[in-house]
Design a protein around this ligand. Sequence first.
Ligand SMILES: [Zn+2]
Length: 353
Amino acid sequence: MREKEIKFLWGRSGNRCAICKLELTPDGNKETLGEMAHIVAKSEDGPRGDSSLKETDRDKYNNLILLCPTHHTEIDKNYKDWPVEKLTVTKSKHETWVAEQLSTGNISVDKIDNTEFLQDRMSAWNELSRNHIAIIMSLTPLKISGDQIDTMDNSVQTALENAHYRLKNPAQKVNAHHTRPSEFGLVNENFPDLPKRFGHSFHIFRSGHCEYFRELGHDSDRITEMALSRKANINGAEHVIHYFRLAEVIDAGLAWLEQLWVNILPYEYMDFKCTIMNAKNTTLFSYEDDWGDSVFGYPTKSEALIYSDIIYKEHDASLLSLNVLKWVSNCYGLVLQHKFDRSGEYTRPVTLR
Ligand SMILES: [Zn+2]
């Protein structure tokens, strides 16, 4: 759902339910929570979903109606009593009513306050980054003067959604349904498994700053468990992370940022940063086949490891990638000679010990 469609819908509905006229907010309690309901369902088998309306048009303003939770449930549960025509008429009558009431001063529309929503996001974010390892990579223009990127442009949305989790599976792009406008631009964010701290956010800011965030909680849990079950000495570290996982996630982030730079970012020079969050209690594990002779990195001394460099548009992408991975290895007390071996697998670093 695009910001434009959302703004249209909320604005023209006067922030009110089209059926009962209750005033709504995007983050209120259950009764006043505004829900953007589909007139023709998003999928074929949903309420009123059997329609010739194209799938790409189903998230647009014309197919959405703003309702309170009670009436959203009502129209979807008793969809036979609420056919497409009836909903379309209800919506258009409601919007006419809103326009009349506004012009005669009978109602006013409060500016939507989403502070609470943003605070919730912030605490979820802090919670995510506290206990497990996360990667943040970003490109920042050196000079920022006002908004530089139109994040509502289709090409920007496409560029955002070309991000993928793993390089090994280039077909697996981020799910476009998780794209939404944010306070500063456009974000695709999904933390499906909050307790296990696993998920991502890909962000394009209007200022031109682009950010990639991957939480590796799930992977580090699995590998820590495996290491402990085999009585491996993890040198006081709380979590073990697999070098290949980290390398692949970093490479996927780099590939995405590069692609953004080539396609939508109009800068010659940018500040590149790669941060490994919560690195202190994490040890890097690089050799999976033979645990008897396993190679572990040291736990690092710093809470966050930061690689930072100014790069220019025609930089050597493969060299940057190798430098970042060498830096990762060095931070954990490992030495990396090459990025890939002859069969194209990530090269296992060797420990300095
Ligand atoms: Zn209602």
